[in-house]
Write a new protein. Structure first.
Length: 238
């Protein structure tokens, strides 16, 4: 049986059907898990340290699950758009300063050809000082859900007819007022400890059972049996 990469470009071969079959295949899951553990071993990463990793050719994110389990932060890219929505529904926001409308059109056209949804959001379009242009990209189920015409959606923001967030409106004075309010809120959150991320994930019985079941689905043979002692904290030994 010939390998997929010899049958045509990956972005064409891995359509919606093949991407789903690839992700649900237990043999593929096992191979990806073994390759990921081996790659991490060869990288000789510092022990007990969370790192930022790039997964090129991430597919539907099977290797990323291993990275999550080991406490790493990762970003995945793949040439096949149909692979990405299966595991990585997401949004990306870029603020930039276009020199012309043609430049905006060029950037959005390239983004759509790459398989992204979304578009341009402009805050304070009539202000020379406060005007900001954002490129909002979406993939998978990362679209903004909810109603239109000024009604707040599940993301607690207003969306327009194209499903994009509505840009902020007003004059320079209103923009300055929002900026001051934002700085005060950020200072308050900083002093109160809000927004701080925990360095370690909470490892309890539910988390352990979920990961053990995931390993079994991948065909791992040495997964310990579940018992009443699973996830139980052990007393320190001196």
């Amino acid at each position: 049986m010939s390998r997929p990469e010899t049958q045509g470009p990956a972005e064409l071969y891995y359509g919606d059907t093949e991407a789903q079959k690839y992700t649900n295949n237990s043999r593929i899951q096992k191979i990806q898990a073994e390759m990921t553990h081996r790659a991490l071993e060869l990288m000789s990463l510092p022990p007990d340290e969370s790192l930022f990793l790039l997964d090129i050719g991430c597919g539907s994110g099977l290797s990323g699950e291993i990275l999550d389990e080991m406490g790493h932060i990762w970003v995945g890219v793949d040439i096949a758009p149909s692979m990405l929505p299966l595991r990585n529904p997401s949004r990306a926001i870029f603020q930039f300063y276009p020199e012309s409308d043609e430049q905006i059109s060029l950037i959005t056209t390239i983004a759509r050809k790459a398989g992204f949804g979304g578009g341009i959001v402009v805050d304070y379009p009539n202000s020379k000082k406060a005007r900001k242009v954002f490129l909002c990209l979406m993939v998978g189920s990362g679209r903004y859900s909810g109603s239109q015409d000024g009604i707040q959606n599940a993301d607690q923001m207003e969306v327009d007819q194209s499903g994009l967030p509505k840009g902020l409106e007003g004059d320079d004075a209103m923009a300055e007022g929002k900026s001051i309010a934002f700085e005060r809120r950020r200072a308050r959150d900083t002093t109160s400890g809000h927004g701080k991320k925990s360095k370690r994930k909470v490892v309890d019985k539910t988390w352990i059972l979920k990961k053990k079941e995931l390993y079994r689905q991948r065909g791992k043979e040495d997964v310990p049996n579940d018992s009443r002692y699973t996830g139980r904290r052990r007393k320190p030994i001196f």
